[in-house]
Design a protein around this ligand. Structure first.
Ligand SMILES: *Cc1c(COP(=O)(O)O)cnc(C)c1O
Length: 237
């Protein structure tokens, strides 16, 4: 399958999931997760009309973004270290994955220095996994007003990465939990949070049924990542 065909397939699956959920077709944004893929591949997908791309390493993005068309929109979807915040604020139009007040304050400080306001999503550790980053729901509720008061941060919503399972239905309760937490956050803030970033290659349709406004799809669009291939080859040695 070509990139163009993969994109068309994903888009039609997104439309079908929206229809099943009684949602408008344009209520879901596709974020193409291009980590590990070269700029030529990103440009080829951009030529097919894809605009939103996600990267999870600042160093990699710093090399790749200048080699890609200027009209693209870049979202940081990884764990952001404080010494990379300055670059991230310059490179990305949105930082998904803010998971502490300290990180939020650092983003706020760097944004102020460059005269920007940075749209962010707050990452939630929906299954309480020790191996994952993200806010525990109680902690998020407790810190939300303080996060929202940072003048250079624009809190657009929540994101989460549920535990991996080959059975997409297993993700559904976590997606529901994130949606409910968004409602709780809206009540605390007294204002709507427009974005719910959830769902990846294996489970994005379930995520849409549960209210995702952004799905982050890598493998189903681009095929396996180089690093994944390398691991598979190493394992075969
Ligand atoms: C890699 C990654 C994705 C995409 O995963 P696929 O299973 O390849 O679609 C989505 N979200 C985040 C945060 C990621 O790191």
């Amino acid at each position: 399958m070509s990139l163009a065909e993969n994109l068309e397939t994903i888009q039609s699956r997104i439309r079908a999931a929206c229809a099943r959920a009684g949602r408008a077709e344009d209520s879901v944004t596709l974020l193409a997760v291009s980590k590990s893929h070269p700029p030529e591949t990103i440009c080829a997908l951009a030529d097919c009309g894809q605009i939103f791309f996600g990267e999870n390493k600042v160093q990699e993005a710093k090399v790749k973004i200048p080699l890609c068309p200027g009209k693209l929109r870049w979202h940081f979807i990884g764990h952001l270290q404080s010494n990379k915040v300055r670059d991230a604020v310059e490179l990305f139009q949105m930082i998904q994955g803010v998971d502490s007040l300290a990180l939020a304050q650092e983003i706020n400080k760097r944004a102020e220095q460059t005269g920007k306001t940075v749209p962010v999503l707050l990452e939630v550790n929906v299954a309480g996994e020790a191996s994952k980053f993200g806010y525990a729901p109680e902690k998020l509720r407790a810190e939300l007003n303080e996060l929202n008061a940072l003048p250079r941060l624009d809190v657009h919503g929540l994101m989460a990465i549920p535990p991996f399972s080959p059975a997409p239905e297993k993700s559904r309760p976590y997606f529901q939990r994130l949606r409910e937490l968004k409602v709780a956050c809206e009540n605390i803030l007294g204002a709507p949070l427009p974005q719910l970033s959830m769902g990846m290659s294996g489970d994005f349709e379930i995520a849409i049924e549960e209210g995702a406004t952004m799905v982050r799809v890598g493998t189903a669009l681009f095929g396996p990542r180089i690093s994944t291939l390398r691991r598979a080859l190493d394992a075969a040695d």
